[in-house]
Write a protein that binds this ligand. Structure first.
Ligand code: SF4
Length: 163
């Protein structure tokens, strides 16, 4: 299995969730939100295709991380590969797992399938598109007021609390 990434894997990030975090940038997003900070990640033909096994080996080399955050682009356009990496990070590295999505929780749940399976593998989801009119630079980890930081129960996808 391969995943399309928009850039190199990062580590020691403190801006994409709590604790020191690895960050995986997926390539490809349909939403085209005005004001998006990463328009270069929209094109599904751009970026680079990487074997999931190669991603795992690169992540294993990152020491002292609390978890991983999937950013985009839209991680939920590649749910099978993201699910595989998410499960592996939890089981092999004992990391917690966060993801951003331009979709809202309710729509991902209603769609079911691999998207819901990936969502159920998470500890937290920051959901919803970036809306320029709702921009708020004081928010933690997100750019507009409509976006929610949802803390989830891994395995069930149940919302534990909203921050
Ligand atoms: S969902 Fe995210 S990556 Fe996609 S266009 Fe909107 S802000 Fe950009």
């Amino acid at each position: 299995m391969r995943i399309r990434l928009s850039g190199p894997l990062e580590h020691d990030s403190i801006v994409n969730g709590y604790g020191l975090r690895a960050v995986l940038w997926t390539q490809g997003c349909y939403r085209r939100c005005p004001g998006c900070q990463n328009p270069e990640t929209w094109d599904f033909r751009a970026g680079m295709l990487v074997e999931v096994g190669e991603v795992k080996e690169r992540l294993r080399a990152f020491k002292g991380q609390a978890g991983i955050t999937f950013c985009g682009g839209e991680p939920f356009e590649q749910p099978e590969a993201c699910l595989e990496i998410s499960r592996w990070c939890r089981e092999e590295l004992n990391w917690n797992v966060w993801s951003f999505s331009g979709y809202v929780y309710e729509d991902l749940k209603a769609e079911g399938g691999a998207k819901w399976e990936f969502l159920k593998s998470l500890d937290a989801l920051i959901d919803g598109p970036f809306i320029l009119a709702e921009r708020d630079l004081t928010l933690k980890f997100r750019g507009s007021r409509n976006q929610r930081l949802l803390h989830l129960e891994p395995g069930t996808g149940k919302i534990l609390r909203t921050e």
